[in-house]
Ligand binder design. Structure first.
Ligand code: AMP
Length: 460
């Protein structure tokens, strides 16, 4: 639908889209249009104010009929998300207000990871949960934790740590949607924004804090974070948070929380290196493992054997041929991202780009712009590898092949969200051949050469 519309409205003419994106967006840090995310995140913090209290009519038996539900997603779903024991969200005595938020977000039935995690968290267990990308991990911790937060208690009760700013923003967005009918204050705090603004925001009552470890550690050092009563702590994309870059800040924050905390680790990959952390911080935690194999169901994987000098030409041929709703193109360096996005734009395919050396305001605009389907192609570094959830994204192209199987897995997992189908195409140069074999072996998968025709039903 999107594709057809865009092709009709000037995409083929090369007029509207090219002109607008080229002028306002690309290669200048431009993109001057505003969007909600960015405005929310960067406007000067106002003196703390509570949001208007939501009152739920508990005598209203017709509440379900009155919900504003999103349009049903009728795409095919893989067993990753459908293979459940048949639980319903209403089985766990969740509050009416929370159920309203869940249903209005379009969640009808719990996914397997939600089915296992929600009751465990409600019962007070610490968790180490391993489940595939895009199978509903955010809901798996957000739903039970929001249920456990008490709006009448004026303390920070929940802390969610994530490795990237974009993921923190995305997660806070899900929390805000789920808690639409709850009177909870949720604050997102990440690097790249004004520290003083965060300090002001945290003067108010805050029930849930979502953020990246570095910024939260700074706030903790300033004595602004009040974690003494914070007993629900989530490390999402936990394997990344437990790498040496983040671990000191994570441990520092954990030390500020009470010993009887409930700690929840979620990730698709848990390398052996986390064993020591588990011993120290999660003795006796419940283990949930919903990954018998590391690969993703529903994602068709192909490779094209190319020479470095042929890559752009090959990409051009590919994107002309494929039925792309939205596509991420990964490169292995900041320079290559900028260069490639310039080349693609010149070829008549307007695209956005994002990498870690861009200012945070600009990053937020790109992120939100791409999420809201303003552009079909995004060229990026691994900044976008983890967790980012864009429903209409159906194709991932590794213009530069990743070095590790973890990165490969996380990158291709950007398509095929919540059991939908997706396609990944990998450009393999002579030097990448051994890496491809290594990744295939480690993931116990086979990446096939690109055939002359790829059936669009495989990724739409
Ligand atoms: P996540 O793995 O949390 O990033 O979620 C991946 C996608 O699945 C997101 O777009 C969610 O909105 C969606 N999702 C999560 N849980 C459910 C559910 N129970 N029913 C329908 N969609 C869901």
């Amino acid at each position: 639908m999107y594709q057809n519309q865009q092709q009709q409205q000037g995409y083929r003419r090369g007029g509207y889209y090219n002109d607008r994106y080229d002028r306002d967006y690309q290669h200048r840090g431009g993109y001057r249009r505003h969007n909600n995310y960015n405005n929310q995140q960067h406007k000067r913090a106002k003196p703390p104010q509570s949001k208007p209290k939501v009152v739920i009519d508990m005598n209203d038996d017709q509440w379900k009929e009155k919900l504003t539900l999103p349009k049903a997603d009728v795409r095919i779903r893989t067993t990753d998300v459908t293979d459940t024991k048949g639980a319903d969200f209403e089985d766990w005595s969740l509050s009416r207000a929370l159920l309203m938020g869940i249903f209005e977000l379009g969640f009808e039935k719990p996914s397997p990871v939600q089915e296992q995690s929600i009751p465990s968290v409600l019962m007070g267990s610490s968790l180490l949960a391993r489940a595939k990308n895009g199978t509903g991990k955010t809901g798996a911790f957000a739903i039970p934790c929001l249920e456990k937060c008490d709006e009448d208690v004026a303390h920070t009760q929940m802390l969610v740590l994530l490795p990237t700013r974009e993921l923190a923003l995305q997660t806070s967005h899900v929390f805000k949607q789920l808690s639409k009918y709850l009177n909870l204050e949720i604050v997102v705090s990440t690097g790249g924004t004004n520290l003083k603004d965060d300090i002001i925001r945290l003067q108010a009552i805050v029930h849930v804090i979502i953020g990246t470890p570095g910024r939260l550690q700074d706030l903790n050092k300033q004595g602004v974070l009040k974690l003494a009563e914070c007993r629900l702590i989530v490390l999402d994309e936990a394997d990344k948070l437990l790498t040496p870059d983040f671990l000191p800040a994570v441990e520092n924050l954990l030390q500020a929380t009470p010993a009887d905390r409930q700690l929840m680790l979620f990730s698709a990959t848990f390398p052996g290196t986390i064993a020591e952390f588990k011993e120290t911080w999660l003795p006796g935690a419940e283990i949930i493992n919903l990954m018998d194999s590391l690969t993703l169901q529903g994602i068709t994987q192909h490779y094209a054997f190319v020479d470095e000098s042929e890559k752009v030409h090959c990409l051009y041929a590919l994107i002309r041929k494929l039925h792309i709703n939205q596509c991420i193109i990964f490169c292995n360096s900041v320079n290559r991202v900028e260069l490639l996005s310039r080349k693609i734009s010149r070829l008549g395919f307007p695209c956005f780009y994002i990498h870690g050396q861009m200012g945070q305001k600009h990053r937020n605009r790109v992120f939100q712009g791409f999420r809201s389907n303003q552009c079909r192609y995004l060229v990026c570094t691994d900044i976008f590898t983890r967790g980012i959830d864009i429903k209409s994204l159906n194709v991932v192209i590794n213009f530069d092949f990743p070095r590790s199987s973890n990165t490969y897995l996380h990158r291709i997992g950007r398509s095929g969200r919540f059991g939908n189908l997706g396609l990944s195409v990998n450009f393999i140069t002579n030097e990448d051949r051994y890496n491809l074999c290594k990744i295939e072996t480690e993931l116990n998968t086979q990446v096939q050469p690109v055939p002359a025709e790829i059936d669009s039903k495989l990724y739409n």
